[in-house]
Design a protein around this ligand. Sequence first.
Ligand code: ADP
Ligand code: MG
Length: 591
Amino acid sequence: MSCWYTGDMPIQVLSHEVAARIAAGEVVERPASAVKELVENAIDAGATSVQVEVVAGGLEGVRVVDNGHGIPAAEVTSLFQRHATSKLTSADDLNSILTMGFRGEALYSLAAVAEVSLLTRTADQEVATFVEASNARALRQEPRGGPVGTTVSVTQLFDQVPARKKFLRTAKSELSRIHTVLTHYALAHPSIRFNLDSDGRNAFSSPGNGDIREAVAAVYNREIAQALLAVEGTSDDGISVTGLVSAPDLHRANRSYIGLYVNQRPIQSRTLTYAVTEAYRGMMAGDRFPLAILMVDVLPEDVDVNVHPTKSEVRFRVEGDVFSVLQRAVRETIVAGSPVPEIGVAASNRGASSTLAANRFPERSHGVWGGFSSGSTVDATAQLQMGMPEPAAQNAFPMMDALPTLRVLGQSQETYIVAEGPNGLYLIDQHAAHECVVYERLKTAAATHNPEVQGLLEPVTVELTSFQAETVHEQGEVLAQYGWDLEPFGDRTYLLRGVPAVLATKGPAKSFIELLDGVGEAVEFSTWEDRIAATVACHGSVRAGLVLSHEEMVEMVRLLEKAQQPHTCPHGRPTMLHLSANNLERHFKRT
Ligand code: ADP
Ligand code: MG
């Protein structure tokens, strides 16, 4: 077998190219790591603008343009040598690193696995220098016109390393990783203007005006940016924590919205992430996670960033101190800034209110919100109730998430349900609210291996594009958990035998294709599970612009009352606006 070392091969010193390629494997794993290294170099060069352009998710090309201090022509020659760096001069410097880079490996590694070209000019040079490199060597250098700053272009990434190329995903998924890299740096460096263009279209940009909330608005959205609470904490030994965190009523299904930055470097740390989630203990359900952007600043000599070639892990001199400063700062913020308990008060008799709701509003025999077609063999009512947790389980969720019993008054703009609660008015976004309900039901059904499938009388064949086929190939199991009953039927053809019950009224083939395309775009979710769940929920939910009958609205509100997280849809958008009685009184000057 060819993979066994047989002793036939004499020991040799590896050639320059091969050695470089092996070393490169650790630093440049995929297009996103190339982007990360180039962006870090731009930041280290003091750039205030970093423009990233990618083609086909970086698989066909990556270009980073910065307006930093540039590289003097005389130094360009040595750029592509291993350990060529301007950021360290002695071993002592390793103990106090303030720059992103210091290992002098990125350009060297990139040139080992791709064609690299670089155009750079310093402020005191008349012309720029252009240099091209490949096979880990600079090929040619010449003067050229160009602005102050540096532009690095990388093409034919991994063309010479087929084994690596095989591991890369689709352009879409590489793009989503690049997107993540860029958003992290935009949050860590709010005074730098970041821009990401993908195949000529703008995919992300941050204003770079120094305001962290503006950066958050660019990455997430304005509501989230405004809702986040400011964190501040310090210790005597030089540790400081600043940033923004969500109040306990704003949360996500996974930890990927917790961003940690140590001395402005995005890092991964299970321990510090735990410190953050611990701060929410008792205020947030165990399977929900906050949003957080937290800058931990420590003296450079108290942190070792040279733990891993990609520098995404760090080691602290005293991790326990960092842990407790972080946890305390977050805890204090959320305790002080938690939302007014208006909703919580009403929720304290939540058990009673659900019964009330049931009594006040007659049960419908067919749940319109399940989207079941009439004549369906599935018992709609049973399906609707299935997957709804028992009241006891609901108590595990924080009280401020619960919704009081609401009385429907009417519909506005064919989009909002107007309802009245014990403490004021509610405007409910019918699409977002329905999405929230369907999403929860789908998740519960998937978790209990009990998807609501609507079997098709005649299987339908669907032809997929290669992108779509790849999603099905990789995520077949998850698709099944969410109600897609599929059977491979040739290369890119599948037999569709059943669809998620919430989509039963739609054309099966069309809705499947729409789902696959939608899933590819739902890059805000970090897991495929969540992407698929959210996309099915979105497609299976009532649209805005649809006239609803009174009964339909009553049922929608009833389902929302039972939801575990009624306040946000799976995409994090609010489902409702509450005008409290207090606010109304104040507005009309009745107090
Ligand atoms: P490192 O960042 O670890 O020093 P790199 O291989 O990433 O190693 O870069 C090598 C050197 O090239 C850097 O130390 C820096 O002097 C120079 N350099 C690279 N990119 C830029 C840039 N965008 N602007 C200015 N100088 C750069
Ligand atoms: Mg670098």
